[in-house]
Design a protein around this ligand. Sequence first.
Ligand code: PGA
Ligand code: ZN
Length: 436
Amino acid sequence: MNVVLKDLRAFWVLDSRANPALEVWAFVEKNGKVFNGSFIVPSGASTGEFEALELRDSGKEFHGKGLNKAIQSVYYIRDHFFNTIVDDLFLFDKKLLDLDGTDNKSKLGANAILGVSMSVAKALANSFDMPFFKFLTLLTGSKDYYLPVPFMNIINGGVHADNKLDFQEFMICPVFFDSFSDALKAGSEIYNSLKKILKKEGYSISVGDEGGFAPNFSTPFQACEYIIKAIDDSGYNDRVLLALDVAASSMFDNSKNLYKYQDSFISSDDLMKIYDDLLLKYPIISIEDPFAEEDWDSWIKFTKKYGNKINIVGDDLFVTNVQRLSKGIKLQASNSILIKLNQIGTLTETINAINLAKENGFSSIISHRSGETEDNTISHIATNVGYSIKTGAPARSERNSKYNELRRIEEFYNIGFVGERVLGKFYEDRVVSRNI
Ligand code: PGA
Ligand code: ZN
């Protein structure tokens, strides 16, 4: 039975940083009945140089972040596709790309295109009377659903916080639990233990963009030390591992070809030594963007050394783009990809990146952006295809909307937790490092 596009609506709502975010609604008709789907497009701060273009007005309104042009793009798309069949999403997304006609979606805007791609997909899922995580199997072929390990960012630094931490994210990964709810509970308890410790020691308990604390620490060692203390105080000492997002592109100085670290400039080899020390001292299972997005040689060197011990995750490196991911696979520059829908701009291009990763033994971590809303669609994508989800601290509702949707999926669909399967081939190495 054909599904036909009947209408699109687009307007702005506010995100977690008081900036406008694009909300799009799609209305489709099947069998004489109308179904709808909606999506709110998030927005990054430490954006990769090679991300698709987020169309903003650059006028006076909203400090240049207005969305009038993106809203107009959605209505242009609506007029173009009104009354056309949209039940093949790969084909529909391809037509959207053709209509835009640019390499980085700069004509219509990746935010407008993604809003349409996702809202149409969600309307289609509704027309099939399927929860989105199940509907996605028609596109991904994925058959085993698991609730993902949440990578919870409990100390914020870099461009997400106003402190001296050069690394952007310090995350806890509650791996050794039987259910998602137990893992999330551990995250909540550790978060609040950390809050108590920080308060007791006179540190600020104000938070950064992703809900993690932003104390005035200056070294990544200090941040890891406090997190370990909070894990141990909560009684989870052998069940929770650590992950970092360095977001090293934000530390890189192009003219010097060096990384800014603690008020000085260091080489990629020196940065590598810091990772050596951190990996020796702490049970870290994953390091994201350890080097800048064009520092391929350092990525390759790092992967040679640690590629069979930890996740080495390309975020700014790959920008959810199959071309850049293919290069990374060929060069063996990492072993994992961060998946952000709005880096590439359509659902099916995102799925192509996830599938290419899988075919090549790369893991996928489904991710939010630092500028978020109550939209919880990524929880469904993570349940369908990802073994892990990165969506901030277990605090602030724009982050918890994702964790809470995973709780609903757990309650209503009785889906198991991926747990230690997330470690895959790294199991032995990292487990030994925490003496479990
Ligand atoms: P962003 O940060 O959304 O500001 O890009 C998230 C990340 O780097 O993973
Ligand atoms: Zn990142």
